[in-house]
Design a protein around this ligand. Sequence first.
Ligand code: SAH
Ligand code: F3S
Length: 487
Amino acid sequence: MNSNEVKEKVIDESAQGSTLALEENKKNTRKLYIESYGCQMNFSDSEIVASILAKEGFNTTQELAEADLVLVNTCSIREKAELTVRKRLEKFNAVKKVNPNMKVGVLGCMAERLKSKFLEEEKIVDMVVGPDAYKDLPNLIEEIDEGRNAVNVILSKDETYGDVAPVRLNSNGVTAFVSITRGCDNMCTFCVVPFTRGRERSRDPRSIIEEVNDLWNRGFKEITLLGQNVDSYLWYGGGLKKDYEKATEMQKATSVNFAKLLELCALAQPKMRIRFSTSNPQDMTLDVIETMAKFENICNYIHLPVQSGSNRILKAMNRLHTREEYFELIDNIKRILPDCAISQDMISGFPTETEEDHQDTLSLMKHVKYDFGFMFAYSERPGTLAARKLVDDVPKADKKRRLTEIIDLQQKHSLYRTQQHVGKTEEVLIEGPSKKSDQHWMGRNSQNTVVVFPKENYKVGDFVIVQIEDCTSATLLGTAVKLSKNN
Ligand code: SAH
Ligand code: F3S
C-alpha cells in the first residue's frame, strides 16, 4: 500500500467516524440560541462559542422559544449597553415560564465585570462565562445540567482561540471577521475593556492565514482582522504583549508585527479584500500605511478613534498622543493613501471637559473631515481610572448638546465625503440585497461606504465596477458597469 492509499483509507474511516458521530449528536441534539451585543469582537466570539458547542451536539436556532440553551454575549462599554442586556434577560424570563427546562448563560464583558454577582442580581441566569473561558463551556454546561449554577471568569495569558474554527453565524457568505488579538493594555481611563478582556495577546499568524485561506476556499471575499488595538499586534511565539521584552533574541528576530501580518494576509489571498479594526492612533506606524499602499487588496479605510480634540482631555483619557501628533498621522495617511477613508470614535462630556475643549473637538473634526463616525456621551464605568479619580461633572444636558453638535458636524462631513465619490467608477463587493429595495444590491467600496445599485444579472459575492451617480450622507447610489477584473 503506498502512502496515498493509506491516507485515503484514513480519510474514509474518519468520514465514517464523523457520520457516526453526527448521528450520535443528532440523537442528543440540543438547540442553542445565541444573541450578541456590542463590538464586532463579541459577534466574532459568538462564532467561536457556536463552534465549541457544535461539538457538544448543539445546533443553533433563531427561535428563542425552542431553545434548550440561551446564551447572551454581553457588552459593558456604556451603561446603556448593560441596561439593554438586562431588558433582554426579562424577556428570557418570560420565555422560561413557558419552557422551564431552558437554561440561560451570560458571556462576554458583563459576565467578566459582574462575575458571580450576576447570579444574585438576575435570578434567570444559570451560567456566567468570561471572554477567555469559552473552552470550558462543555464542563460548565454539565454543571448546569445537573442543576448547579456555573461560573468561569478566569482571564488568560495566552488564550486566542486560534485552534477553534468559528461557525459563521448570520453570515452573508461574503464577509467575515478574523480575530487577531485579544485584550487591551492601553488603559484609556474611561474604558472598561482592559478589565473585562484582560491583557493583550496576539494570535499565531499561521492560524490566522489558515483561517483566511479556509474562508477564501468557502467563497468568502472579504475579511476584517479584528482586535481592540490591531496595530499593536505582535507575535513572538505566544504570551502577553507586555512580556515581549523577556522574549529570546531568536523569538524577537522572527516576530511578526501588524504590518507584516497584513502583508502575509494580502499575499496569502491576493483577491481577498482585507480590512482591519480598530487602530489606536498611538500604535499606528508608517509601515502599516505603506503596506496598505503596496497591496491593492488591502482596503483604503482606517477606523482611527480619537475620542477628543483637546490635548488636556486626551491626556486625562490616557490617550498617549497629542492633537498635533494625530494631525501628523492623518497627513501621512492622506499623503501615502490619498483615497483613504478615515472614521472616528468620539466621546462628549468626559469629566472636566469645558466648552473650549469641546470646541477643540469640533475644530479637529473640521481639519480631518471624517468619512464616518461613532459618537457617544461619556458614561462612567465602575472600576475604571476615570470613575475612581474623576468626578463625572459635565451636566447631562451639556453632554447631550455637545454630542448633538458633534453628530451634526459629522453628518455634514459625511455628506461632503460621499459627494466626492459621485461621478467616479468604483469597485464594489456585493454583500446582499439592499434593505430598502429587493431590486437593488448593497455592497461597499474600498473606503467602506455603502453603495446601492440595480441588481441586473450580478450576484452576491461579485466584485462589480459601479458608476456612482448620486449620494446621501451615508450611501452612494449608482449603476453597475461591468464585472471587475478581480473576480
Ligand atoms: N479599542 C478602541 C475602542 C474600543 S471601545 C480604540 O482604540 O479606541 C469603542 C468606543 O466606545 C471607544 O472608541 C469610545 O469612543 C467608546 N467608549 C468606550 N468607553 C466609553 C465610555 N465609558 N463612555 C462613552 N463611550 C465610551
Ligand atoms: Fe478601550 Fe482604549 Fe483599549 S478605548 S479597548 S482601553 S485602546
